[in-house]
Design a protein around this ligand. Structure first.
Ligand SMILES: [Zn+2]
Length: 279
C-alpha cells in the first residue's frame, strides 16, 4: 500500500495479498538456466541448495498468508465504543494531530474525499483486511476497518513512534527493504576477488544480513502494538475487557513481520547465490 509516498507506514499484518512493498517475492523471475551449471560437484550442490532455499521461501510465504488470515478472522477484544475511547485517549495523551477513520463499504467514498486517500487504497481496509497509518503533505491519517476497529490502536502506536527520532529512523528504514537483495548482489560483486572460488563475506552471511535489514521494522511493529495494548489497559481498566484477544491479534500480525524478515533473509541468500534479485 504505497500510494502517497514512501513514508507510508505499513499496517498491521504483512499480508502478501494486501501490501505493496516487497513481500510478494516474485520468484517467477527465477530462471534455472541462469544459474551456473558447472557440471561438477560444486555446481550440483549449489543447484540443490538453491532449490532448498526456493522451497523454504515458498513455505514462508504460505505460512505468512495463513497467519494473516488467522488474524483477519480474530475476534474483537471489546466494543467499538470502547475502542473509540482508547483512540481518543491515545490522541490526547500523546498530542497526536492524526485524522482517524473507520472504513466500511458504505463510507469508503466519503472517507476518501475527507482523507485524500484514494478509494483504491481504502478497499482492503473497507473489507476488514488492512489498516494503516500514513504521513503525507495532506496530513497524518490512520485508518482501520469499521469491522475491526481495534487495529487503529496499533496504527496510532506507529503515529506515536513517528514522534520519537530513533523510532522514526526505524520506520524510515523499511523504505530500503525492496532494494536489499540487489544491494547485496552489488556489494558482493564489488568485494569479490577475481578468479577466487573463496566465499565472500556477503556470500557467507547474505541470509543474516537480509534478516538484519528487516529487524528495525520487526522491532518498530512490536513497539506500535505494545503501545496499543497499553492504551487499552489504562483507558479501559476495570471494564472487563479481554486483553488476551487483543494481544493474540497483535502477535499474529507481528508474526507476519517476523516471517517477512526470515523471508527477506532467504531471498537475500538466493539473490546472492543466483545473481538475480529475488523479491
Ligand atoms: Zn504496523
Amino acid at each position: 500500500m504505497f500510494y502517497i509516498n514512501a513514508m507510508q507506514i505499513r499496517s498491521v499484518g504483512q499480508n502478501i495479498k494486501n501490501f505493496g512493498s516487497y513481500e510478494g517475492y516474485s520468484y517467477n523471475s527465477y530462471n534455472q538456466n541462469s544459474t551456473e551449471n558447472e557440471n561438477n560437484k560444486d555446481g550440483g550442490s549449489k543447484l540443490l541448495s538453491i532449490g532448498g532455499l526456493y522451497l523454504a521461501s515458498e513455505g514462508i510465504n504460505l505460512l505468512s498468508n495463513k497467519v494473516a488470515k488467522l488474524m483477519a478472522k480474530g475476534k474483537e477484544y471489546t466494543t467499538p465504543e470502547n475502542v473509540k475511547k482508547v483512540t481518543q485517549s491515545m490522541l490526547k495523551n500523546n498530542n497526536l494531530d492524526v485524522d482517524v477513520y473507520f472504513v466500511n463499504p458504505k463510507n469508503i467514498q466519503l472517507v476518501s474525499l475527507q482523507s485524500g486517500i484514494s478509494v483504491n487504497n481504502l478497499k482492503e481496509v473497507a473489507k476488514g483486511e488492512n489498516a494503516f497509518y500514513t504521513e503525507s503533505l495532506f496530513g497524518k491519517v490512520a485508518v482501520a476497518p469499521t469491522s475491526k476497529p481495534s487495529l487503529i490502536q496499533h496504527e496510532l502506536g506507529h503515529a506515536i513512534n513517528a514522534k520519537k527520532p530513533f523510532l522514526k529512523l526505524l520506520q524510515k528504514s523499511r523504505r530500503y527493504l525492496p532494494v536489499i537483495p540487489t544491494a547485496l548482489i552489488a556489494l558482493n560483486y564489488l568485494t569479490k576477488k577475481k578468479n577466487s572460488r573463496e566465499e565472500t563475506f556477503i556470500e557467507k552471511n547474505a541470509g543474516i544480513l537480509g534478516f538484519m535489514a528487516y529487524l528495525p521494522t520487526i522491532i518498530e511493529e512490536g513497539i506500535a502494538s505494545i503501545r496499543g495494548i497499553k492504551a487499552a489497559k489504562t483507558t479501559l481498566a476495570g471494564k472487563g475487557i479481554n486483553l488476551g484477544v487483543l494481544r493474540k491479534n497483535y502477535i499474529l500480525a507481528w508474526l507476519t513481520y517476523l516471517l517477512g524478515g526470515i523471508g527477506l533473509g532467504v531471498a537475500s541468500k538466493l539473490s546472492v547465490k543466483t545473481g538475480i534479485p529475488m523479491q
